[in-house]
Design a protein around this ligand. Structure first.
Ligand code: BES
Ligand code: MN
Ligand code: ZN
Length: 491
């Protein structure tokens, strides 16, 4: 459920709320602004700090109950000792999760001297933490149902000037909600057609141009690489285009590209059965693009953006592509398919080539492209590669601002040897090593002439374990990286 956010000024001690969240840094002294609250709580806040029951560390929290009037409960959350915005965002995420679990329904949030960036982070964090995916569960009986967190107000110094940051936070939060829901939905519900419908919904909401191409149109466009992946699926593959025109007429757009594999069985090079169900998440790049478009449109950013999603499922059957097959992509290049499980790059090849018609100022793609990226960088760092160092640096900075840290891997010429084929212009896999890099080098062949950055989000889009601040499942990455990048280029 979406949370209704608002800001207000005043003394948190007087807030009539079932839960007041108070964020404090490491080894806190009780702020003057909380003196009245402490008094209402018979000095429990200052005592908790003095006795070190609460020390403000990262992921630390303490729940207190009021003996009298005012906020019914106070939840102290620690922001740690590092970067303030990052610490507050994480503390807010943990608080959102706890508030939702308590079933209080609504809450208030207080932290000292919230900057605009911090307020935005708090809103995003609370929304991230309170997010749940319950729609496929049978609802609990009404008597046992807990109230989801549905309303929060944040205490700020100046209500009027805080409204913009509040709106930005809500925009990002709503974008992430779309992304996480799509990534969580199973392959039998979230189909290429479903992604197309979601794009149309976003388009309708914000008056954007949406185009959807199917097998027929893609055949006409000679997208032999993309279509090879879609050969064994009965579902119509979709190339989804959303055009957002917030910039000057004729100004080159930023292109956001997403891998949208609604299920990846591996094809004839079939994946092992264990954890294969995770491969419903193989459309996380596409989900990130759609969520980012929702956020960008809500923020009314003054820039042109085109979203391009390539969506299908990678299945087996008598019609399926086979190892050894050679296909021709829309740019004329031939590809020897040596492993049908390296399908994401086959889809993106034709989508990246399609992006050229927009003469974009920059292209950023996101894809759950390689298991090798999870090996190299784990589950907390995005793999970043590209053909333009300045834009790569820009994307890395955007990721840092958005709390989705990336790390660049090299695209040295030497690696290109690994994707050479005996029978075609290239092959779709490399050697055992450097799998994330060879995948990116393959994509680079189709991004020629455009400043392009590739995000491998195979490890970061979906948490396979509990992350303390949020449950296992989709994380919302790379929505914030996309939004921050586009925002950084907007007028
Ligand atoms: N969608 C997968 C990548 C993936 C694997 C993401 C595991 C998260 C966890 C992709 O389509 C894939 O299967 N890649 C292969 C490439 C290989 C055949 C060169 C991989 O990583 O094993
Ligand atoms: Mn695959
Ligand atoms: Zn895949």
């Amino acid at each position: 459920m979406s949370i209704a956010f608002d800001v207000r000024a005043g003394d948190p001690a007087r807030a009539a709320t079932p839960l007041l969240i108070v964020a404090l840094p490491s080894e806190p002294a009780l702020p003057r602004a909380l003196a009245a609250l402490d008094k209402r709580y018979d000095g429990a806040l200052s005592r908790a700090i003095r006795r070190k029951d609460f020390q403000g560390g990262k992921d630390e929290s303490l729940l207190l109950f009021a003996p009298g009037a005012g906020p019914e409960r106070v939840l102290l959350v620690g922001t740690g000792s590092g970067d303030a915005v990052k610490g507050l965002t994480r503390a807010a995420t943990l608080a959102g999760r706890k508030a939702n679990a308590l079933g209080v329904g609504s809450a208030a949030f207080w932290a000292a001297d919230l900057s605009d960036a911090a307020l935005e982070g708090v809103v995003v964090g609370l929304s991230l933490g309170a997010w749940e995916f319950k729609e496929l569960h049978t609802p609990a009986p009404a008597a046992k149902r807990k109230k989801p967190l549905s309303g929060v107000f944040v205490f700020v110094g100046d209500v009027r000037s805080a409204k913009t940051a509040l709106a930005a936070g809500v925009a990002v939060a709503e974008g992430q909600r779309i992304t996480r829901r799509l990534a969580m939905l199973p392959g039998n519900i979230c189909t290429p057609e479903y992604l197309a419908r979601t794009a149309r919904d976003i388009g309708k909401r914000h008056r954007l141009t949406v185009k959807v191409f199917g097998r027929r149109e893609m055949t006409r466009m000679k997208m032999g690489s993309f279509l090879a992946v879609a050969q064994a699926t009965t579902q119509d593959p979709k190339l989804i285009v959303i055009e957002y025109k917030g910039g000057r007429r004729g100004e080159a757009p930023v292109a956001l590209v997403g891998k949208g594999l609604c299920f990846d069985s591996g094809g004839i090079s079939i994946k092992p059965a264990a954890s294969m169900e995770l491969m419903k998440f193989d459309m996380s790049g596409a989900a990130g693009v759609l969520g980012a478009m929702e956020a960008i449109a809500r923020m009314k950013l003054r820039i042109n953006v085109v979203a391009l999603v390539g969506s299908t499922t990678n299945m087996l059957g008598g019609e399926a592509m086979k190892p050894g097959d050679v296909v021709r992509a829309s740019n004329g290049k031939t590809i020897e398919i040596q492993n049908t499980d390296a399908e994401g790059r086959l889809v993106l090849a034709d989508v990246l080539h399609y992006a050229k018609r927009y003469k974009p100022q920059a292209v950023v793609d996101a894809a759950t492209l390689t298991g090798a990226c999870v090996v190299a960088l784990g589950t907390t760092t995005v793999g970043v590669m590209g053909n333009d160092q300045a834009v790569i640096d820009e994307v890395l900075a955007a990721g840092r601002r958005g709390g989705e840290v990336g790390w660049q891997l090299p695209m040295f010429e030497e690696y290109k040897e690994l994707i050479k084929s005996d029978v075609a212009d290239m092959r779709n896999i490399g050697w055992r090593g450097a799998g994330t890099i060879t995948a990116a080098l393959f994509l680079a062949e189709f991004a020629e002439g455009m400043p392009w950055v590739h995000l491998d989000v195979a490890g970061t889009a979906y948490a396979e374990g509990d992350l303390v601040v949020m449950p296992k499942g989709p994380t919302g990455t790379p929505v914030r990286t996309f939004v921050e990048f586009v925002r950084g280029r907007a007028r």
